[in-house]
Structures are given as C-alpha cells and as structure tokens.
Design a protein around this ligand. Sequence first.
Ligand SMILES: [Zn+2]
Length: 445
Amino acid sequence: MLILIDLDGTLINTVHPTWKPYKDGQEDCIIDNYLAQLPVFNGAREFLSSRKAKGDNIVVVSDSHYRYVNPICRMLGVECVSLADKPNTSKLYQYLDSHPNYKQELDNGDCFVIGDTRLDIELGRQIGAMTIWFLPYQITEEIKDERDGIGDEMLSKKYGPTFAAKTFDEMERIIDAPLANLYSIEATFANSTSYRAVRLNDNRYGDGSYVCIRCLARQEQGACDKYARADKYYIMSNPQRTQEFIRTLAEGISNYINQPALISQGWDYFTYLTDKRFTTPPNKMKDIFDSVETSVPKVQLLKWADNVHGSLREQNLYSDRQVFLQNYLSVECPIVTSIDMFGQEQQTALSLSGKNIIVLDDQLTTAATAWHVIRKLKEKGARNVLFIAMFQMILSVSNGMICPRCGKPMLIKIRRTDGHRFYSCTPPEYRGDGCGYIQDIPDQN
Ligand SMILES: [Zn+2]
C-alpha cells in the first residue's frame, strides 16, 4: 500500500498560527533546536512504524517549506514531498514519476491520501486514490483557516472523503480492511458489508433528544475514487432498473439500520420521502423502502401535495427550496383504529408524540429537505429523528484531463441510462464551451 500523508495537523500538532513562520521556512535554525520537542500526535509514531512493518510505503505530502519538512520527516523516518501546493497534482506526480514502484501502487488502486483538510481530499480524489479525512485535534476559533479549510469539518465532508477517522487506531483498521469500512451502500455495491455512514449532523437538545443526518454513499462530480457511486444514483431513476439493483441498494440501508448500536436506541417508526405523482419510475422510492429489511415498523408519514409540480432541484436558492417544501411537503399521520376504555372502536390519527423516527430519502444536496422534515416531525411531537439519505452529492473536483482535439479541460459525465462514465469536451448545446470530443472511461467494478 502507498500512503500519502499530510504533516501539519495530521502527524504533528502544528495547526496553531504560531507555527506559520516555521512552516514557511523562515526560522529553520530554531526548528533544529526544537526538533526533539516537536508536538508529534499521540499514536503517530506507532502508526508509522506499524504501517512500515506491514510493508506499506509512506510519503509525507506537505505544503510547508523543505527547510521545515525535511528535518521533521528525517526524524520520523519517512520520505517527503514539500511545497506540494495541494490540491495541485504536478509536484506529486513529478515525485511519483521518479518512483515507478509507487506509481504502480497508485495505478493498482493501492493508495491512500490522508489529511485533515479539504486540500488533502481534493488531491486524493484528483489522483483517484482512496482518501481518509483525519482529525486528531480539537477545532478552536484560533486555528480556523478558510483557504485550506482547516477546522471546517462540514467543508471537508462536502468534499466526500472515502473514509473519516479521528484516531490512529481507527485509521489502521480502515487501511487494513478498506472494503469493510466503506459507507454501507458503497460497500454492498463493492460486494462487501459495512455499517458506516457519512456523519453530517449530530444535534442534541436540552431535553436529551437528538437528530442526526447520515448518508450511505457518495454521489461524486468529477474525479473521485472508484467507490463513489454517482452511476448508481442515476440508475436508481431509470425505469429499467433491475430487482437485483433494488435489492443491493436496500441491503446497504438494512445493514446500516440494523447494526446493534443503532437499532438498540429504540425506534418506533421507519418512514420515507414518498414519490410524487409524476416521479419516474413510479414507486421509485417505495420499491426501495419496501425492500429494506428491518424490525422497525414501517409507516407512511410524509406526503407531497397532489398539486406539486416541478422539483426541489429547480429551486436554486436555499430560501426558495424552503418555500417549495413548506408549500408541498407535509406530515400526514395515517388513521388508526383503537379500542377505547368503553370497548368502542376509535378512529384517530397516529400519534408521533415522544416517538423516535427514521426517515429515508434518496439524495442529500443542501439538506433543506432533511431540516424541513425534521422540523415538521418535531412539531408533531417526535423525539429522536434519524434522517438517512442514500446518496450525498459531494463537491466537484477537476480531473486534469485535457481534450486532445482542442486543448480545453474535459469533464467526467455519466450516462443516465446505465451509469457509464466518459470524459466530455462539452459542446455549447450541453452548456459547455468545448468541441464535443468524447473519450470513454472503462467500467470498473
Ligand atoms: Zn475539445
């Protein structure tokens, strides 16, 4: 395995701004004096020696100056690329070209890029490596840095790392068994089983209740590792999708919901974002929802108004999305029959008071739907809400491909009918400024 790992904030605790002059190479002599007291994270040295013992090649990839990076990496006993200018790939590729055995590992898919900022994730996605977003320190106001995304957990997650870890032990387990640690829907499509999810929000309230937002697969735009599943997102909306496809998708959801740590929290209802009247295929969501195997009782609680037209995706502003949702998406509890104290049948709406509810949706982009649904359920008295989106749309990353015909950058496109990927020098009729050249990307499964 080739491990390309960030230095500052990943192996050593130097995120505080006081380290900046050292990182910039301005105070090299002082670094020599302080090398022995360098704030190496607990577990970092053990992690490096354990990976080496397992035969991995480790290279530090850092934006900091070589006067700072080189002596530190000598001390840690690892190779390094300094002034890497992440997320640009040219310096890294230059290095890999002079180390053909490393390049081979990358080409074989045996490569991780690890780091604490979005720059590391972007770099990893561009070269097609698996990425681990690693955060071994506490985020404080002092260390936040907008350019690098230091301290911006949500931004790093929006860039769609393959994995996330907070300890070196967790990272070891991921590198030892990547397929078993993918997000649960990505895992079933890779013939594996996992209980993991992208953890986007964990909100706790004064009364002890909580709401969580989770995603079970990434829907990539542009370059990414091969486990991201934008192709499957498109197949989901294709009327020709197979039963086998629905079964695999539902299995990923079942695996996540039924894991002991989650199911033991006591869920009363499992519900989903119903299909609109004009959704194609009809029952797009219902068929998937019905295929999920769980002991949590399934009920239909959410309803799109019959007069809904258009879709949320056509609303560009977050505020427009909120208005759209407010107008058309509501909670409607089913009528249930119960026997009252006099033995008489009573018809009443199902009560959500104090109930814990799991909600399934197809895609998460801005989370407007998630928060709307959570608010509506809370208004009806729900206690804990777990909102699960099958696919998380992650931010776009360029792929570095240049059109051989006209020299313009090419985009990765996905054929909606079957999820097949290709490079496109997108012509004006598809809102691009390219020449229309297309280059196939072989399917990788
Ligand atoms: Zn072109």
